[in-house]
Design a protein around this ligand. Structure first.
Ligand code: NAG
Ligand code: NAG
Ligand code: NAG
Ligand code: NAG
Ligand code: NAG
Ligand code: NAG
Ligand code: NAG
Ligand code: NAG
Ligand code: NAG
Ligand code: NAG
Ligand code: NAG
Ligand code: NAG
Length: 550
């Protein structure tokens, strides 16, 4: 998916520069890309230490160094160099579009762009398909001056195709692996976004979540991920699963970087009606957009009430002991940061939730019409797939889709539902979800205990918030110890549990409470700096010093 000339171009750049970088004498000052933040990169760009073209060279070089092992990026934007040059010229003229100006970002391969890149959800059925315009979130990133560097691999169809595929596998992109243990299950479905952000293959990334697809790969790849309130970020021209649950959000190495990206992608969009529910997007509220970056303060937890829904975090076993220990220690950090930790703010309908099939009904009911609506917008549709039925037929008959070794169970289930998302049975299931996650779940706990948020191990955080479309942030909490027993995924192809595999801490709150959650995560991150203590086993070596001056 990437022409050979990229490789040639990138390697030529490195050959040129290694001979000259000494003469600039700047190498000691240049930020190291494994951890470089928006503010560090922008300071270097402003000071003229390096350019956005240098950043594109360096990040592409890093991608090429690890992609044959990890398969985390499916294509690189052939226009990235040109765009970087334009943004460099703007900066040289004293014009910057905002804090993301000139920073390269990778986006998940289900977010469409009206350029040379493919948007496939990992399926060969959509290779070569064209869209009428950029997805709104992609357009907003461009307008904010970000460079769309390429597309990140994902679990195919955002993990809504198969009952026996593997996380991070797509027919088009191959199998993504995590960087913290050989053969690491990268989790999903925003697998490539998680791995790429973690290894410093771009400044940051976008992922999408229906239930866990940002939070899970964020926690398991040692990064910060925010799943926004459904409707805060537009889903227009993002390949969907469910209009009631899908959300586009940032995945990056620090909470503040997540805040910078979020700031750029939020807002009302006439192409996605759910964005009209954004409370501040009205004249009545003076269009008072929250300042997510300003929310990053050390004392954000002071005086806040943070609940622990003990009945929703599972029980301690030998295998989960390290996560439970780290979680208890984290509660101590929250208290030291001035928060009141309120114990046993349990979800009253949690057992019923675990037993409920309502979410499956909502996703199945939405998928058929939502996918057809996406496909109907294509301006070029090479395989002529117009419905889920067409997509299933394609998947079952096109050899590279690996059917039946990877089945189509999710497609089959959605197609077997004999009603759609306008039916009363659908509405009943959706209302049940609103009760299970609302009064019987998160919202009931928040109001009964007068809480600002709840805190959980990230692995337990997505479901209750997903079914009501509420926001969650995950921040690094720790990694499994060296004596962890290696356990494979169900397919037997990945190492799902292993030493050094990271895990996270999540804050979940009411709808539109992102600024609070960002503050809480920042206050925790700054006191613990877990990300810097957990190291990948594989890491690209190319740095800015290798490309500056090329
Ligand atoms: C990934 O690696 C393979 C094999 O080394 C290479 O052919 C391909 O072009 C690379 N893809 C990207 C996006 O760099
Ligand atoms: C998109 O897919 C087509 C068909 O495989 C390919 O020729 C093209 O290079 C891809 N675009 C990019 C940017 O990789
Ligand atoms: C999983 O881990 C085992 C044990 O360390 C290793 O032998 C194996 O190669 C790993 N799997 C993959 C797919 O790399
Ligand atoms: C938004 O809702 C209006 C009114 O129901 C409808 O006409 C319009 O098509 C919707 N737009 C989108 C993008 O769904
Ligand atoms: C909007 O601005 C007006 C005038 O400054 C002020 O009176 C009003 O309270 C503001 N409303 C909100 C919701 O902030
Ligand atoms: C909350 O749940 C925990 C774990 O299931 C249980 O031990 C505790 O008794 C519950 N507390 C309340 C107040 O329901
Ligand atoms: C848990 O670990 C302890 C001590 O290492 C051991 O005695 C016990 O058998 C383990 N329990 C299980 C269920 O493996
Ligand atoms: C779980 O669901 C089954 C079948 O729908 C039902 O019989 C059972 O009572 C439910 N249990 C709980 C705890 O809700
Ligand atoms: C099923 O897909 C194949 C391509 O994989 C195509 O040749 C065939 O016409 C499709 N059949 C139907 C009924 O759409
Ligand atoms: C996946 O499931 C299908 C049936 O649904 C089966 O035919 C196939 O063998 C399974 N794949 C593997 C690798 O077990
Ligand atoms: C790993 O080591 C820790 C402390 O050294 C010990 O408490 C724990 O039981 C060990 N776990 C396993 C699975 O052996
Ligand atoms: C574009 C790209 O890097 N594709 C790679 C994805 O992974 C497969 C193997 O799983 C490779 O063959 C591709 O080169």
């Amino acid at each position: 998916m990437v022409p050979a000339w990229y490789l040639a171009k990138a390697l030529a750049a490195f050959a040129l520069v290694t001979s000259v970088h000494g003469q600039y004498g700047k190498s000691a000052d240049l930020p190291l890309l494994l951890d470089a933040t928006a503010e560090e990169l922008t300071a270097g760009l402003d000071a003229g230490d390096f350019t956005s073209v240098d950043l594109v060279h360096a990040y592409v070089g890093r991608i090429l160094q690890v992609n044959s092992t990890l398969h985390m990026v499916t294509e690189i934007n052939p226009d990235a160099w040109k765009i970087a040059k334009e943004l460099d010229e703007e900066r040289a003229c004293g014009k910057t579009r905002g804090p993301l100006h000139g920073l390269p970002i990778l986006i998940k391969n289900n977010i469409a762009t009206a350029d040379q890149m493919n948007n496939t959800a990992g399926s060969w059925s959509l290779v070569g398909a064209r869209v009428p315009r950029d997805a709104t979130v992609a357009a907003k990133l461009r307008a904010a001056g970000a460079i769309l560097l390429g597309k990140a691999n994902l679990s195919q169809w955002a993990n809504f195709r198969s009952g026996n595929s593997s996380n991070g596998w797509s027919a088009y992109g191959g199998q993504t692996y995590g960087a913290y243990y050989p053969g690491q299950d990268p989790s999903g479905s925003s697998s490539g976004s998680g791995v790429s952000a973690s290894l410093g293959l771009a400044f940051g990334t976008l992922g999408t979540e229906t239930d866990g697809s940002i939070l899970s790969p964020s926690q398991l790849n040692n990064i910060v991920g925010l799943k926004p309130t459904v409707g805060l970020t537009s889903r227009s021209l993002v390949i969907p699963i469910s209009e009631h649950q899908d959300s586009v959000g940032p995945m990056a190495r620090t909470v503040k970087d997540v805040a910078y990206i979020l700031q750029a992608i939020v807002g009302p969009d006439r192409y996605d009606n759910y964005t009209s529910a954004i409370p501040w997007a009205s004249k009545a509220s003076n269009n008072s957009i929250p300042d997510y970056v300003a929310a990053c303060t050390l004392d954000a937890l002071r005086g806040k009430r943070i609940g622990v829904p003990r009945n929703a975090i599972g029980s301690r076993t030998n295998a989960s002991a390290p996560i439970f220990d780290a979680f208890e220690a984290a509660l101590g950090v929250l208290r030291e940061a001035g928060a009141t930790v309120v114990e046993n703010t349990n979800y009253t309908a949690y057992t019923e939730y675990l037993n409920s099939t309502a979410e499956g009904t909502v996703l199945d009911g939405d998928f058929k019409p939502n996918l057809a609506a996406y496909l109907s917008q294509l301006t070029f549709n090479p395989q002529g797939v117009k419905t889920l039925k067409d997509v299933r037929n394609f998947t079952r008959t096109f050899p590279l889709e690996e059917y039946p070794s990877r089945d189509t169970a999710s497609f089959d289930e959605a197609l077997s539902l004999n009603f759609s998302n306008t039916d009363y049975e659908f509405w009943a299931a959706y209302q049940k979800d609103l009760y299970l996650g609302g009064e019987g779940g998160l919202l009931g706990a928040l109001s009964r205990h007068d809480l600002d948020a709840v805190v959980l191990p990230s692995r337990s955080a997505s479901g209750i918030s997903a079914i009501i479309g509420a926001p969650v942030i995950s921040v690094p909490l720790g990694a499994l110890p060296p004596n962890t027993t290696v356990v494979k995924n169900e397919r037997g192809t990945l190492n799902a549990t292993a030493p050094n595999i990271p895990f996270g801490l999540a804050f979940a709150g009411a709808h539109w409470s992102e600024a609070n959650l960002i503050g809480f995560a920042y206050a925790f991150e700054q006191r613990t700096n877990v990300r810097r203590k957990v190291k990948p086993y594989i890491e690209p070596s190319i740095e800015l010093v290798d490309v500056v001056g090329a």
